[in-house]
Design a protein around this ligand. Structure first.
Ligand code: GDP
Length: 535
């Protein structure tokens, strides 16, 4: 696969939804319209590399998508990078980090349900960076809420201005397709839903014999009324407001039956922003560092790792670190600087990803996502440059709320356990803390399913079987001190509650909200943070 190299910037976007709203189905269809896969159902099929791992079997069993993956394809003269995110709330940390690597987001809504809990949370994350959002109201082939009601629901819950770009013609068994408001056409597909079989019906005159023949008088009248209402009540699409994350273009349809998918992809590829400037610390790993913006058109290469995925191919026991290129040009076999370790490295086989396939790429440009083979050297948040000592901000860990201790069944396996936990924490599967008062290690997670992944992988990959015991913490707070004297004093006084994260940063482990409130009141000059990336 060759991605276009032209003046058109990359389009890097993520797809988010509450589980079951149709994210996987939409992903398949986007790839299908993008001509990456010939047949829908291939993305997470039984044959691909992904599906081979046991880890993915766990995913299949539970019917949830644990891992985020990247799919790249050319469309509309642009290189599109679609980043999948796990919908299940227990893996939301992974999703949050993926959202740091994109410039826009496609939000899937189940039209019978409106905005659901997980979508609401993810929207809040998008808000942090004012990420532009395209909305897809899915499953119109089933009974759905009234489209005006749905729009109202999104506007109220997500505090965003909706602009319908298409409009559903009927719903459920009466669903006939979607009307494109701008081009005044209705797109339909033959049985078999082959995107190549699309027919575009001129619907500029809703009373024309052709239109009436296809949608019937009743739906034509309803559509006419709705369109009048839209014209009166709804604003026009304004690109600047979309780019500022204030306005979302709304598409209706059914991913399963292709309706509305092409229009959505056209929108993202036409208006989806290219790579944006990104903030870096000028003194890496120093919370008080001065900051600057790295612009995508800077000559010097820079990028950061937002995700590490293990077992993409079980046979090779590999880990792939996903790097987002932010500036300059990345070149295969050319030295790049790994800021955290201070080492210069050459990447011999940088990967780009299609559906299940990966290919070696010679070059990568701002906005591209490339995979680096990782033997355990890389960590989430690592910055790479042409030699400059900077660190990208905004790739946080989030305060875990559930804690566990591993009790080994076989004490001889302590070393493997350490190694396994270290690696799993570097991949972001779980967070690892070490207590100040003892060498004891504690696992922290945002969602309980994360422990199941850890348990499964420790047994499977490291041969370590353990019991998992609850731990009496309910949260952690990262700490910011004014100086070292204050830091040492605080740590000494609160040693029982001090834990260190995997980057050896001190945190306050919370036993109860009350406890935390008291400590904060007593130490007003110390700052407490719920994410590791604070300024
Ligand atoms: P995800 O959990 O968000 O990835 O959702 P999936 O794509 O796995 O979809 C969940 C279920 O809804 C699956 O059974 C899909 O076949 C079904 N589904 C997805 N899109 C549509 C649609 O447009 N219409 C109907 N009727 N079902 C759909």
């Amino acid at each position: 696969m060759t991605l276009p190299v032209n003046e058109n910037p990359r389009c890097t976007f993520a797809i988010i939804s509450h589980p079951d709203a149709g994210k996987t189905t939409m992903t398949e269809k986007l790839l299908w319209f993008g001509r990456v896969v010939r047949e829908a159902g291939m993305v997470k099929s039984k044959q691909g590399n992904y599906a081979k791992s046991d880890w993915m079997e766990m995913e299949k069993e539970r019917g949830i998508s644990i891992t985020s993956s990247v799919m790249s394809f050319p469309y509309n003269q642009r290189a599109m990078h679609l980043l999948d995110t796990p919908g299940h709330k227990d893996f939301s940390e992974d999703t949050y980090r993926t959202l740091t690597a994109v410039e826009s987001v496609l939000m899937m809504i189940d039209s019978a349900k409106g905005v659901e809990e997980q979508t609401k949370k993810l929207m809040e994350v998008c808000r942090i960076r004012d990420t532009p959002i395209v909305t897809f109201m899915n499953k119109f082939d089933r009974d759905a809420m009234d489209p005006f009601e749905l729009i109202d629901n999104v506007e109220k819950i997500c505090s965003i201005q909706c602009v319908p770009m298409t409009w559903p013609v009927g719903s459920g068994v009466d669903f006939k397709g979607v009307y494109d408001i701008k081009t005044k056409t209705i797109r339909s597909f033959d049985e078999g839903n082959d995107p190549e079989s699309e027919k575009v019906l001129d619907a500029s005159d809703l009373h024309s014999a052709e239109v009436l023949d296809y949608i019937g008088t009743e739906l034509a009248e309803k559509l006419e009324e709705d369109l009048e209402m839209i014209q009166e009540m709804m604003p026009e699409f304004i690109e600047e407001e979309f780019l500022a994350g204030i306005m979302t273009p709304v598409f209706f349809g059914t991913a399963l039956h292709n309706f509305g998918v092409k229009e959505t992809l056209d929108m993202i590829s036409t208006h989806g922003p290219g790579p944006a400037p990104r903030e870096v610390r000028l003194s890496p790993f120093d919370e008080n560092s001065d900051l600057r913006e790295v612009l995508p058109n800077e000559k010097k290469f820079s990028g950061f790792i937002f995700k590490i995925q293990a077992n993409m191919d079980k046979k090779h026991r590999d880990r792939v670190a996903f790097m987002r290129v932010c500036s300059g040009v990345f070149e295969r076999n050319t030295k790049i600087h790994h800021v955290r370790t201070g080492k210069d490295i050459k990447i011999a086989s940088p990967l780009i990803f299609q559906a299940q396939d990966r290919e070696i790429t010679e070059k990568a440009y701002p906005g591209d996502i490339i995979g680096l083979h990782d033997t355990g050297k890389f960590q989430i948040g690592d910055t790479f440059t042409n030699g400059e000592k900077i660190e990208f901000t905004g790739i946080p860990s989030f305060a875990p709320e559930i804690f566990r201790k591993v009790l080994l069944k076989d004490p001889m396996k302590a070393k493997q356990l350490d190694k396994g936990l270290q690696q799993l924490s570097e991949e972001g599967t779980v967070q690892l803390f070490r207590r100040h008062t003892s060498p004891e290690k504690i696992l922290g997670a945002v969602g309980v399913l994360q422990f199941e992944v850890v348990k499964h992988r420790l047994e499977d990959e490291y041969g370590v079987r353990g019991e998992y015991e609850g731990y009496g913490f309910v949260g952690v707070r990262w700490l910011k001190f004014k100086n070292d004297i204050q830091k040492d004093k605080f740590i000494e006084k609160n040693s029982i509650n001090i834990v260190y994260d995997n980057k050896a940063r001190p945190c306050f482990a919370v036993r109860s909200e009350w406890d935390l409130k008291l400590v904060m009141e007593k130490n007003e000059e110390v700052e407490f943070f719920t994410t590791s990336d604070f300024k």
